[in-house]
Design a protein around this ligand. Structure first.
Ligand code: GLP
Length: 264
């Protein structure tokens, strides 16, 4: 795991945006894994700006979102498809048919999950997967106890996650308790994984993910198994880490090494 600790949430977004821009510059036909939630919003704003200023293009890219509420149609304002249209897709030059979000209104959701896995495989696999982090350590909607090799499937949300996400729903509005989510195995298959976490309310989950044991009790700890996982944190989210000075030291060494290699 590469652990990058930056002063503010804006710095985290800027770092993440640069990685996406570099990915698309190196490989314009990249397959990108995308996430919802409040954490990636600032990153998406930066990508929109970069696209409008023609610093980056999504015209040849494909995207796959991590998850979707089961039971919400795509045009429901709380659906993750709607979120992606509003916060990214409508404002960039991506081909609409090249954006995939699990189908929350599928008549046969089990078959829809299998189809989603097949679509990812047919696209050649995910090059760069963006992740947020649930306060309980979930990634996508892989809640604690999720199988570490799980694939796209229907998952029940924990009461804690339902409560955390209630802020997006109007009082009394129907809030789904089920989701379709890429599995942890699906996420681990991505060539590169970029997890962003900001704010003090993520500090405990960040500590469990990085310094805790590899365990289904903290699904994000599965990133410990990934060859190229980059975790980008602001100071507040990193605050509980015991070895924080060591992670800063490694990152300084990494940067110095990259500089040396670039100047050769
Ligand atoms: C949701 C999403 C996750 C997201 C998490 C954190 O439950 N399914 O993909 O990472 O919440 O959200 P936020 O970034 O709003 O804290």
């Amino acid at each position: 795991m590469q652990i990058v600790i930056l002063p503010t949430a804006d710095d985290v977004a800027a770092y993440g945006a640069q990685l996406f821009i570099r990915q698309l510059t190196d490989k314009p036909q990249s397959v990108l894994g995308l996430a919802t939630g409040s954490t990636p919003l600032a990153l998406y704003r930066l990508l929109i700006r970069a696209c409008q200023q023609q610093e980056v293009s999504f015209a040849n890219a494909k995207t796959f979102n991590l998850d979707e509420y089961l039971g919400l149609p795509a045009d429901h304002p709380q659906s993750y498809r709607y979120f992606m249209q509003q916060h990214l897709f409508n404002a960039i030059d991506i081909v609409p048919a090249n954006t995939a979000v699990p189908d929350g209104s599928a008549t046969d959701p089990v078959a829809a999950c299998q189809r989603y896995e097949q679509q990812i495989a047919d696209a050649g696999g995910i090059d760069l997967q963006l992740l947020g982090l649930g306060r309980n350590g979930h990634i996508g909607f892989n809640e604690p106890s999720s199988g570490l090799r799980s694939r796209t499937r229907i998952k029940t949300l924990t009461p804690a996650t339902i409560a955390d996400n209630a802020r997006f729903f109007a009082p009394g509005e129907y809030q789904p308790h089920l989701s379709i989510t890429m599995g942890i195995g699906t996420i681990l298959d991505a060539r590169k994984v970029l997890l962003l976490a900001t704010g003090a309310n993520k500090a405990a989950a960040v500590k469990a993910m990085i310094e805790g044991p590899l365990t289904a009790a903290c699904p994000a700890s599965a990133l410990q198994l990934h060859e190229q996982a980059i975790v980008v944190l602001d100071e507040a989210a990193a605050a509980d880490l015991s070895d924080i000075e060591f992670y800063r030291h490694i990152e300084r060494e990494n940067q110095a090494l990259l500089k040396r290699l670039a100047s050769q």
